[in-house]
Structures are given as structure tokens and as C-alpha cells.
Design a protein around this ligand. Structure first.
Ligand code: ATP
Ligand code: MG
Length: 293
């Protein structure tokens, strides 16, 4: 079975202007009725494709790939990242998680801590949360800004508009310099989140995942959704698209994420370096030397 292209098209947002979150349903199945066995087969295939593409990315050595994962709690960021990671060579991939900023991080501008962790050419970087938290959780809890000690701004526009400007500028700069940025919003419904949080309470093996603060955050659900919608609207661009991935069905979500990454890498025209005539002669000489040794 193949994942229909229309599904990747439906989840990919490359121009944010008219973006409406309401048009993207967390339980959307695209009429696919994906069975777990089908999903597993697609994931296995996707992992093989990703592994082959990663080798090309590394050999080509011009591009780097940055995958940003944003989601409400229990949407499945961790397990999705685990699946993506299991399809890549760990030597060419790094995962970074961004939680509430440290004192040192608060002493810098809001893009600093993530900039220090950007992937090198030929490599894949995965951000589990990112600078987008600065227009999401910080927007929902503007009290967090106090710790940032920002001086009055000489520029027009609200702080959030300025942050969107900074993010757009930053992502354009990265695109120009060879980093392909893909942003994934794992879109879980409020009901499904509740079911998963309940499960974390009721199943002793999952108790360690439970965090009472996540339950408190549910009270701000609508503001989070409004902030996600605006962040996507303001920052979805052809060179830095968002994928709004239905997350109520974890298997479908993982398949979409993996296949989207493969499709984007295929679009980069990654090539193995070709040897020039002199290098080909050297190679033949080395072979002779090896034979004689
Ligand atoms: P998990 O729960 O699976 O371990 P997580 O990413 O939810 O992963 P937590 O330690 O539970 O990790 O939560 C991290 C918290 O840090 C989140 O609530 C997030 O919104 C918050 N956070 C991240 N970046 C910022 C920021 N710049 N300012 C304030 N809070 C932030
Ligand atoms: Mg958490």
C-alpha cells in the first residue's frame, strides 16, 4: 500500500496567509482506514527510504535538515521522534529538547539557545519544542516575559508581531544558507489528550509520564489553539513549511511525518559527489598499490 500524495498535500501548509486551524481535524483519516499492520509496513518502508536519503544528504554535504516538533502535551512528539530516529544513522542526527529556559538562556535573545544547536551541513537536527514556544506558551502566559528582562522596543508593532518578524527573517536566512526547515504541529484533540492523560494516571507503567501541570494547561486550550493558528499563519512559507498532522491516530501520524520527511528530502536533489578525471586516476592507482601490497 502507498500513502496517497493527497494526504501529504492536505497536511502541508506552505503559505500561511489564509490558514485556518478549523480546516484541519485532529481525527482526520482521509478516508484511508489505515490498519496497524499497514501502518507498520509503511513505517518500515519510510525508514528505509529515510536512511537512504540521509546517506545522500551526508554525501552531498550542502544541505542540512532541521525538523521542528511542536504539540500540546501527550500528542505523541516523543514517540514520533523515536520512530524518525530509528530510521537514521545516529552519527548524522541530533535531537534537542527545549524546556523552560535556564538563567543563562534568559540572558540571551530568544533565538540564541536554538541557534547554538542547529545541524551542520549534511546532518539532521531534531528540535523537540523550539523557538516557537516563544509565541506559544509565552503568549499564553505573558508573565514569563518578565524573566526575559526586555528593554522597551524602538520598533512598531506588538511584541508578538516582532517575534514573528524575527522568526521569518531567521528561517529565510537559514533557507538561503542551506538549511531545509520542516515544522510539524502534531494536532491532537482535547478529548484524545484527556484519554491519554487518564491512561497515564490509570496505568502504573505510564505513571511516570504524568505531569499535573499538563492538566492545568488544558484550561488554556483555546488560547493555545489560537496561538498555534497565528504562528502557522505568520510563518508558513514555501522554504519553511508547516505540516499540520492529525494526531488522534498515532499510527497515521507517524506515517505522515516519516513520509513527509522523505518527500522533502527527495525534493532537494541530493547527489553523491562525482569523481573528476584526476581523482579517478588516483583511485585506479590506489587499487594497483593495494593489490601489490
Ligand atoms: P515530556 O512531557 O514528554 O517530557 P515536554 O517537552 O512536554 O516533554 P516538559 O518538561 O514536560 O517537557 O515541558 C517542558 C515545558 O517547557 C513545556 O510546558 C513548554 O511549554 C515549556 N517551555 C519550553 N520553552 C519555553 C520557553 N521559551 N518559555 C517558557 N516555557 C517554555
Ligand atoms: Mg510535558
Amino acid at each position: 500500500m502507498k500513502l496517497p500524495d493527497k494526504i501529504l498535500k492536505a497536511t502541508r501548509v506552505s503559505e500561511g496567509k489564509d490558514f485556518a486551524l478549523a480546516a484541519h481535524k485532529p481525527a482526520e483519516g482521509f478516508g484511508l482506514k489505515l490498519k496497524k499492520a499497514d501502518a507498520k509496513a509503511l513505517l518500515a518502508e519510510g525508514k528505509e527510504q529515510l536512511s537512504a536519503m540521509q546517506e545522500r544528504l551526508y554525501a552531498d554535504d550542502r544541505w542540512s535538515l532541521l525538523l521542528i516538533f511542536q504539540a500540546m502535551d501527550a500528542a505523541g512528539k516523543d514517540s514520533t521522534i523515536k520512530h524518525v530516529m530509528s530510521g537514521v544513522n545516529p552519527q548524522g542526527c541530533e535531537v534537542h529538547s527545549f524546556k523552560a529556559p535556564s538563567a543563562e538562556e534568559l540572558d540571551h535573545d530568544f533565538l540564541w539557545r536554538t541557534t547554538c544547536r542547529l545541524p551542520q551541513r549534511g546532518r539532521i537536527g531534531i528540535f523537540n519544542r523550539s523557538y516557537y514556544e516563544e509565541v506559544l506558551v509565552v503568549r499564553v502566559h505573558p508573565g514569563f516575559l518578565e524573566a526575559q528582562r526586555l528593554p522597551p522596543s524602538p520598533h512598531d508593532g506588538s511584541l508578538w508581531e516582532q517575534r514573528f518578524d524575527s522568526i521569518r527573517d531567521f528561517e529565510r536566512h537559514m533557507a538561503r544558507n542551506g538549511t531545509r526547515i520542516l515544522k510539524f504541529f502534531l494536532h491532537v484533540s482535547k478529548d484524545e489528550q484527556k484519554r491519554r492523560q487518564m491512561e497515564r494516571i490509570d496505568n502504573p507503567d505510564k505513571n511516570w509520564k504524568f505531569n499535573a501541570r499538563d492538566v492545568d494547561e488544558r484550561a488554556h486550550w483555546d488560547r493555545y489553539m489560537a496561538s498555534y493558528e497565528e504562528a502557522i499563519r505568520e510563518t508558513a512559507r514555501p522554504h519553511a513549511p508547516w505540516y499540520v498532522v492529525p494526531a488522534d491516530d498515532k499510527w497515521l501520524m507517524r506515517v505522515i511525518v516519516l513520509k513527509a520527511i522523505v518527500a522533502e528530502l527527495e525534493g532537494l536533489d541530493l547527489n553523491f559527489p562525482q569523481l573528476d578525471a584526476a581523482a579517478t586516476v588516483k583511485l585506479a592507482e590506489a587499487r594497483k598499490a593495494l593489490e601489490a601490497s
